[in-house]
Design a protein around this ligand. Structure first.
Ligand code: NAD
Length: 371
């Protein structure tokens, strides 16, 4: 079989497969890796890098015609999906829980699709976990962007001109992105506080040298697979009050709180932003799912009464070389499970295959998506 790699659309700099994983993919018994010309350009990978690694660089049309399995980050346009035959498959990060149109389109065209963002968050799936990889990049870049926009230093400085206080950073949501943001902000010398509804997050926050903001009585569910769940109205009020108090003195707030398949929880209200310091920066990574901050505008950097509020959920695309390499290694690890003797083995008894296969032969068998 041939594995194809296509170039992403104009708003995406990453590429699903980087040259450094081509040799390992070929070792799975795959006949050839065909890469669309220019696919890696925006991630700083040249066509010659792919050729040196053992791939063949061809036109997009040839990739779509020849490949049994097409790898991309986002789904390809409908008119291209409709050109694929029933036996062709696609793999990527299609965001099916919130992107109904993609699911409808894949299904209508009877494409077998694997979406790596649907992986179970289990130890066995960890090496394939694109969400963790991309959240790592996002958490890191969020802090760098905040430091760039902040009109003051992050670390404490003792200078002849006097002592400069360290920046105070508040992190909302201590999952993968939040923990990486804590570590990065600490490395830059900031004083960091973090908040999460999952009690398990407290220990991780403390182990990174940050302070945990406690709001007691959060709801958790073992059935949520480690994810957060929707909170009660009473909890939300007490949470908003606690965040309000800590936000008033913060120089930077990094918002990372998400609930899979749902609108992001609204945690920072306009009244809180109104009381924050001039010059403070809010980076809202949850912007594309509604934002944790009421004032956030998705895809925009706004000046709100002297504060900078950045709504950016696509930070992985701003560090495309490493983000692509990580995405590609995750994809390779998934392919090691999916491909047996050089061919796709659709073993739906395997929980990872069952969870990631979102459409197959014109049907949605995926339990999470059906719900
Ligand atoms: P996510 O992106 O879904 O959410 C980010 C964080 O926001 C989470 O920590 C969540 O608890 C928090 N959050 C949600 N609602 C909130 C609210 N109202 N207030 C404050 N915080 C709120 O999460 P993620 O980073 O993808 O991680 C989700 C879970 O998966 C975590 O438990 C993480 O440890 C686990 N995980 C497991 C594996 C694995 O074992 N393969 C890999 C990565 C993550």
């Amino acid at each position: 079989m041939i594995l194809g790699v296509i170039k992403e659309g104009p708003t995406e700099n990453r590429v699903a497969i980087s040259p450094d994983t081509v040799a390992a993919i070929l070792k799975l018994g795959i006949e050839q890796v065909q890469v669309e010309n220019g696919a890696g350009h925006n991630s700083s990978f040249g066509d010659s890098d792919y050729e040196t690694a053992g791939a063949k660089v061809v036109s997009r049309q040839d990739v779509l015609k020849n490949a049994s399995l097409v790898a991309s980050i986002h789904s390809m346009p409908d008119e291209e999906l409709s050109q694929l035959s029933d036996s062709q498959m696609v793999i990527g990060q299609f965001n099916p829980l919130t992107n109904n149109d993609v699911v409808k389109s894949l299904n209508a065209n009877k494409v077998t699709a694997f979406s790596l963002d649907m992986l179970p968050r289990s130890t066995r799936a960890q090496a394939m976990d694109v969400l963790s990889s991309m959240a790592t990049v996002a958490g890191y870049k969020a802090v760098l962007n905040a430091a760039n926009h902040l009109p003051s230093f992050f670390p404490m400085f003792m200078t002849a001109a006097g002592t400069i206080k360290p920046a105070k950073v508040l992190i909302i949501g201590a999952g993968v992105a939040g923990l990486q943001a804590i570590a990065t902000a600490r490395r830059l010398g900031a004083v960091v506080e973090a908040f999460d509804v999952r009690t398990a997050a407290k220990e991780e926050v403390l182990s990174l040298g940050a302070k945990f903001v406690d709001v007691e009585g959060s709801a958790e569910s073992a059935a949520a697979g480690g994810y957060a769940i929707e909170q009660s109205e009473d909890y939300k009020k007490r949470q908003a009050q606690a965040v309000h108090e800590h936000a008033k003195t913060a120089d930077v707030i990094i918002c990372t709180a998400q609930i899979p398949g749902r609108q992001a929880p609204r945690i920072i209200h306009k009244a809180t932003v109104d009381e924050m310091k001039k010059g403070a920066v809010i980076i809202d990574l949850a912007a594309s799912s509604g934002g944790n901050c009421e004032v956030t505008e998705n895809g925009k950097i706004i000046d709100y009464n002297g504060l900078t509020i950045i709504g950016d959920s696509n930070l992985p695309g701003s560090m495309p070389r490493d983000a692509s390499s990580m995405f590609s290694k995750n994809t390779l690890n998934f392919l090691k499970l999916l491909i047996v003797d050089g061919n796709v083995n659709l073993n739906f008894e395997d929980d990872i295959i069952a969870a990631t296969c979102i459409t197959h032969q014109g049907e949605i068998n995926n339990e999470r998506l059906k719900k």
